[in-house]
Design a protein. Structure first.
Length: 259
């Protein structure tokens, strides 16, 4: 009997409301929580961005030959990409460089033979679209069969960045870890650090938005040029992020220090 004929037996929701974003805009949490699935059709869902709604879930599923596996499922405008065990993602992979974000359901752990306990570690990368912007998250998981021949999944840690289009790295938990300028470069910003006026240089630039460490927009400027100038002199000293959009709709983020 296929899993589609089963009703969900259990729906367990884990909410991490009230999470504080480290450095102001990266939510990092280490729940180190494991779930035991006692049959087919069990579902465990949890909240990635701390807004009170479910974003990601694991569901046990029955396949052919009485095998079982876990599916990862995302909700609403969330999409995911998951590493292939044969071609694992580098530990420091930058999420905005990954492809194939159309997936809403993906096999998390294939289980064929429960005769021996197994552990499979998987990188799950998430992207949420809000308007024209993308927000990235990563989840470190593992799972398999335990000694009692029960399917289980563990969420070891995860991180979500509230800055739109920020090139979050796998494993990154703090904005102080920086941005890889090489992989996202279609615009540059100078001088940096600055006491006020900065110039953003690129081709066919359309918009530059300055965000503070909380991900709040504090300045913006539009144009149809190869240079955009924006004055940060009225802003308090600190670290800011400039979200740049070109005529093709591409986006990149540059960090700038206001002295």
């Amino acid at each position: 009997m296929k899993a589609k004929n089963y009703l969900l037996i259990v729906i367990l929701t884990l909410s991490f409301l009230g999470l504080n974003a480290q450095e102001g805009s990266i939510i990092h949490h280490e729940p180190d929580t494991c779930f035991i699935f006692h049959g087919y059709g069990y579902l465990v869902a949890f909240d990635i961005d701390g807004n009170g709604t479910n974003d990601l879930a694991f569901q046990s599923y029955e396949g052919d030959m009485h095998s079982t596996w876990l599916n990862a499922v995302v909700f609403d405008d969330w999409r995911m990409t998951m590493e292939n065990p044969a071609y694992p993602y580098p530990d420091s992979v930058q999420l905005d460089t990954l492809q194939y974000w159309d997936c809403t359901v993906s096999t998390f752990i294939p289980i064929i033979n429960p005769s021996a306990p197994s552990v499979i570690t998987t990188k799950i990368c998430l992207r949420n679209k809000i308007g024209d912007d993308y927000y990235y998250a990563w989840v470190k998981t593992d799972g398999g069969w335990n000694n009692n021949r029960r399917v289980y999944a563990c969420v070891e840690e995860f991180a979500y960045c509230s800055i739109p289009n920020y090139p979050l790295r796998w494993g990154q938990t703090s904005l102080t870890e920086g941005i890889d300028e090489a992989t996202t470069a279609f615009a540059t910003i100078h001088p940096n650090p600055t006491t006020g006026l900065v110039t953003i240089t690129g081709e066919n630039l359309r918009l530059a938005e300055v965000l503070n460490m909380l991900g709040q927009k504090v300045l913006s400027i539009q144009g149809e040029v190869n240079e955009l100038r924006i004055d940060l002199a009225a802003l308090p000293a600190g670290v800011y992020f400039v979200n740049v959009t070109d005529e093709e709709g591409r986006k990149c983020v540059r960090k700038v220090v206001r002295e």
